[in-house]
Each structure stands twice: as structure tokens, then as C-alpha cells.
Design a protein around this ligand. Structure first.
Ligand SMILES: Cc1cc2nc3c(=O)[nH]c(=O)nc-3n(C[C@H](O)[C@H](O)[C@H](O)COP(=O)(O)OP(=O)(O)OC[C@H]3O[C@@H](n4cnc5c(N)ncnc54)[C@H](O)[C@@H]3O)c2cc1C
Length: 330
């Protein structure tokens, strides 16, 4: 096992022993003192920090160490949904009525009903509403609530962290980054201010493809760059990392989750001194208004399965605790 993997495993195992105010950056730092060689120390610091920041979508100095468990309890490797999550959503939504392009702007509840108003004039009335907009949207205050959300709920929205994580995907004619004696799955560019971490995703895309993973502080820096500047910076970083070869993609795409008004960031994390209690508080109903989504999952905030299970949790709440079963047929 590589040194970095050993340290990462030890960090995760010992995370619960630390004070809630301690950050992942402090934890990494404490372990680095044991490495006498300066170059190796810097490299291990870079790899660990980049890995944690890519996983948690924020700066290693903004993450509380105490609740970090990585993927503990999960087995197997990573999987990629080739056709994207809409395939899964379409199956789940079968038979239901979906109003696309309806932006919720106001939720008003009375003792007898709850009403949702959309910017396009669409209005829905019902007995309950299950709200699953991202934490970033709640933080931005894009939806007005009447009556106003409780102080406890507003504190949770404010205190929980919602990070930044973008991807720039580049497809090429050939995988020039691979040579006969290397079969790289990714490229790390130490010290690059925006594009330190690239993954080879050719297997899932079916064509030679690299994805630059840009998270935390780098993603916030990226959000300020125009497309052409971001493109030039990424290609120049890649070219230098590959010995100066010209890098001309056939196609490229950039995500903009930070500026997207329907996400306003990537996913939830616990900043220093903030506990899981805030996530629990966010998940609590307010009258006829219920809350779901990854930010409400104490077990798996930040992940798709956390969002999915939070929906089941709220469905059970609505049905008075009866088991909820979802069957999907293609
Ligand atoms: C770059 C990146 C990589 C990721 N990688 C992984 C991964 O590998 N594995 C993993 O498990 N998770 C990953 N995640 C996290 C995962 O995407 C989220 O945890 C998951 O999508 C959360 O689901 P959700 O239903 O809570 O919210 P979302 O999927 O964000 O859904 C919220 C919905 O609310 C809609 N909405 C927002 N505002 C309004 C409004 N005012 N009116 C109406 N609709 C509104 C949005 O359009 C959106 O459709 C990644 C996230 C990012 C950004």
C-alpha cells in the first residue's frame, strides 16, 4: 500500500478521536511532521489535500475532522451511470406528474393547507410539501417561506457548509497522456492553482477523455474565469504535465454548479465545530413542510444515496411510519 493510502486510512480511523474544532488540514499537518524528507512531505501533503478536497468539495481547512468517515461501510469500486441520472429519475417518476421549468419562489402554509407558487405563475395546493432543493438554494434565500422558517432551521442552513466542485471534460482524438509503459488513470499537477487533478474517464465515455476535477478553493477561483481563459489555462496545464505535447480537444464541456441558480454549489459538508445535529435540524418538518435531499441525511450527506434514502424517510413520515417500497420497472 502506498504511503499516502496508509496515512489516509489512519486519518479516517482516528478521525473520531479529534476535537470537533479540528480540521482535516490540521490532521494532515500533524502526520506530515513524521516525514523527514521535504520533497516527500510536500508531495504527500499535496496528494492528501487534493484527495480530501476533491472528495469533500471544500478547502481541507474548512472541514471538521470528527465526522469524516470517507466511504467506511461501503464496499466495491466506483460505478458510473453511463446515460446519466435522468435515466433513473425517469423510471422513478413513471406515472407521476412532473412540471418542468417551474421555479418555486414561495411556499405558504395555513393550518389547513400548503401552497407552492412558481415564477411562471404555476400554483399547487396540497396537504404537505416535500422540499428537496439543494442547501445552496436555501442559503441563497431564493424561496420565501410563510410563515418564516424556524430559528433552528435557519441556523442549520447558515451553519452547514455547501462546497464547490466543477468538472471540465475534454475529449481527444487519442489518449496522448498514455504511453506503452504507462497506463495512467489520472494526472496530478502539483501546485497548480486551478487544475491539479485530472481523471482518465475514457472507459466510461467510450472515447479518449480526461476530466479535470476542480474542487473547493480552486472551484471558486474557476467560477471567476471566462470559458476561453479557463480552457487555455487547463490546456496549458495539461500540455506541460505531458511534456509539452499540443493538446487540442475534439470537444469540451464545463460545469458551472457554483453559479447555477438551481444548485449554488456542489454538496454539503460539516465545517469545524459544526455537528451532525445541524443536519438533523435541517431534516425536521416545519408544519406541513417536509425536507429531503442530501443535506438532510446524517448518514450520507453529500451523496446520491443519502438524497434517495432521505426521500424514503420523509415518505415514511408522511405515511405514519408504514414501510415505503419503491419498485422500478424499465
Ligand atoms: C461535481 C459533482 C460530483 C459529484 N459526484 C458524486 C458522486 O460521485 N457520487 C455521489 O453519490 N454524489 C456525487 N455528487 C453529489 C450528488 O450530485 C448530490 O449529493 C445529489 O445530486 C443530491 O441530490 P438532491 O436530490 O439532494 O439534490 P439535487 O440533485 O441538486 O436536486 C435538487 C433539484 O432541485 C431543483 N431546484 C433547485 N431550486 C429550485 C427551485 N427554486 N424550484 C424548483 N426546483 C428547484 C434543481 O434544479 C434540482 O433538480 C456530486 C456532485 C457534484 C456537484
Amino acid at each position: 500500500m502506498a504511503l499516502v493510502d496508509v496515512i489516509e486510512e489512519e486519518l479516517i480511523e482516528s478521525a473520531s478521536l479529534y476535537a470537533p474544532s479540528q480540521t482535516i488540514a490540521e490532521l494532515i499537518d500533524s502526520r506530515l511532521q513524521e516525514i523527514p524528507d521535504k520533497d516527500l512531505r510536500e508531495w504527500v501533503n499535496f496528494v492528501l489535500t487534493t484527495g480530501f478536497e476533491a472528495d469533500l468539495a471544500c478547502s481541507a481547512s474548512d472541514i471538521s475532522v470528527i465526522n469524516y468517515t470517507g466511504d467506511a461501510g461501503y464496499q466495491g469500486g466506483d460505478d458510473c451511470i453511463i446515460d446519466g441520472y435522468s435515466a433513473m429519475l425517469n423510471l422513478l417518476a413513471k406515472g407521476g406528474q412532473i412540471h418542468c421549468n417551474s421555479v418555486v419562489s414561495e411556499i405558504v402554509q395555513t393550518p389547513t393547507e400548503i401552497t407552492v407558487r412558481c415564477t411562471n405563475g404555476h400554483i399547487e395546493h396540497g396537504s404537505h410539501v416535500l422540499l428537496s432543493v439543494p442547501l445552496g438554494v436555501l442559503k441563497a434565500g431564493s424561496i420565501t417561506f410563510s410563515p418564516a422558517l424556524s430559528t433552528q432551521k435557519r441556523f442549520a442552513i447558515e451553519r452547514l457548509g455547501f462546497g464547490a466542485f466543477e468538472k471540465l471534460i475534454f475529449q481527444f482524438e487519442n489518449a496522448f497522456w498514455r504511453t506503452v509503459d504507462n497506463d495512467v488513470s489520472g494526472i496530478l499537477i502539483k501546485g497548480h492553482p486551478v487544475f491539479p487533478y485530472w481523471l482518465d474517464v475514457s472507459a466510461s465515455s467510450g472515447r479518449p477523455t480526461l476530466a479535470a476535477h476542480v474542487s473547493g478553493p480552486q472551484a471558486l477561483a474557476l467560477a471567476k474565469l471566462d470559458d476561453d481563459v479557463a480552457f487555455d489555462m487547463a490546456m496549458s496545464a495539461l500540455s506541460s504535465a505531458c511534456g509539452g505535447v499540443p493538446t487540442v480537444p475534439v470537444e469540451w464541456h464545463r460545469t458551472n454548479w457554483v453559479t447555477d441558480p438551481f444548485s449554488r454549489g456542489a454538496y454539503t459538508h460539516l465545517p469545524p465545530s459544526i455537528s451532525l445535529q445541524e443536519i438533523h435540524n435541517l431534516s425536521q418538518p416545519e408544519g406541513r413542510l417536509l425536507f429531503a435531499g442530501e443535506a438532510t441525511s446524517t448518514e450520507r450527506f453529500g451523496y446520491v444515496d443519502g438524497a434517495y434514502v432521505s426521500g424514503l424517510r420523509e415518505a415514511r413520515r408522511l405515511t405514519g411510519g408504514r414501510p415505503v417500497k419503491i419498485s422500478i420497472s424499465a
